[in-house]
Every structure is written in C-alpha cells, then in structure tokens.
Ligand binder design. Sequence first.
Ligand SMILES: Nc1ncnc2c1ncn2[C@@H]1O[C@H](COP(=O)(O)OP(=O)(O)OP(=O)(O)O)[C@@H](O)[C@H]1O
Ligand SMILES: [Mg+2]
Length: 187
Amino acid sequence: MDTGVKMRAKPMPDVKFCLVFRRETLSVPVMRRVLGDTLRGLGMDEESVYDILLAATEACTNVLTHGGRKVRGYEVLTSLGAVGCQVEVADEGVGLAPGNPALSNSALLNSALSNPALSNSAERGAPDPQQTPIAQLPESGRGLAVMRACVDNVTLDSRPGRGTVVTMRKRIRWPDDAPLRQLRAAS
Ligand SMILES: Nc1ncnc2c1ncn2[C@@H]1O[C@H](COP(=O)(O)OP(=O)(O)OP(=O)(O)O)[C@@H](O)[C@H]1O
Ligand SMILES: [Mg+2]
C-alpha cells in the first residue's frame, strides 16, 4: 500500500580508516585484498572498487620502487563520505627530487569533490605550493597516468627527503541500502 510517505535513503556517515604496511612487496596484494573487501563490504559498486584499487596499487608500488631504502613502511588512509572516497598513500621516503618532471607544473589541479569532508586546505583556499598537480604533467611514467584515468582527482605532495603523499579522490554513488549507511544507527 502506498502511504504517500516518501522513503529517504539514510544519511551517509563520514568514515576514516588507516592501513599500515611494511615496505615489502607482499604489502601490495594485501592492500588490494583488505581495502577491496572493506569497500565492497560497505556497499561500494564493483567498478569503483576496481578503479580505486588500480590507482592505489600504482601509488603503493611507487612507494616500494621510488621511496628509497629508508622507508620502513607506509600508510593507506581511506576516507568515505556521502559523495566520494579519498585514498591517501603516504610514505616518509626520499620524496621527489626538485628536478623531477612530476614536479614541473605549478598549477594546482582542482576538481574537488563537493563534500567538504573530503576537501583539504588546498581546495578551500590558496593553492599549496607543496601540492603538485598531476593532470597536466608531461609524461612521467605510466603509474600517474593510470591513477588519473581511474579517479577524479590526483595530487602529489612531496617534501624532498621527508616523504610523499599521493591523494586520490573519486566520486561515489552509494546505493540506498549500502551497509555504510547503517553505521550511523549503531553509533
Ligand atoms: N612515493 C614516491 N616517492 C618518490 N618518488 C615518487 C613516488 N611516487 C612517484 N614518484 C616519482 O614520480 C615519478 C612518476 O611516477 P609514475 O608511477 O608515473 O612512473 P614510474 O613509477 O616511474 O613508472 P611506472 O609506474 O610506469 O612503472 C616516478 O618516476 C618517481 O620519480
Ligand atoms: Mg609507478
């Protein structure tokens, strides 16, 4: 029977979780398994999970390949919100050398998700000179291009000698019955 009452989807809580890995080759497939299972379990569609895992795989592989020997480990910090997903891959390695082509463009890529919970200071105010755009870089390898193709926004924040943070954001349409929506009721 139609009661005339419109059913509304439950609001989406903001959720953040961090995976910490040692700098070892096995960490990449483990990241894929743990992050993928978690995103699927919270209701993300399979295509988005695929894209996010592919982008995150490139970022994590870069830590292992380019981070340098002093990197003991790295973090994969994931934030989920009403309209999107953000994954940050952070290491404390060598960072990018000043002459690296990946640092040659100073304009900030800015196609931020509309959810303020997924925005950072660089998108709210003046461009952060430490943040380097990825969108218009000259060819600098396959990995960054793959990340750009898989998600809506990629930034690379590098401090020479102190590490690198790659931030990837993707818009997500959560289904009305996504388990993530149920979490508010329990909190
Ligand atoms: N975590 C990181 N630490 C230090 N340098 C990095 C890091 N991530 C990326 N870079 C630098 O950015 C460059 C571009 O990365 P990208 O993944 O596009 O290409 P690549 O890793 O060189 O090649 P491919 O991914 O095709 O194997 C790297 O060559 C490296 O110099
Ligand atoms: Mg790479």
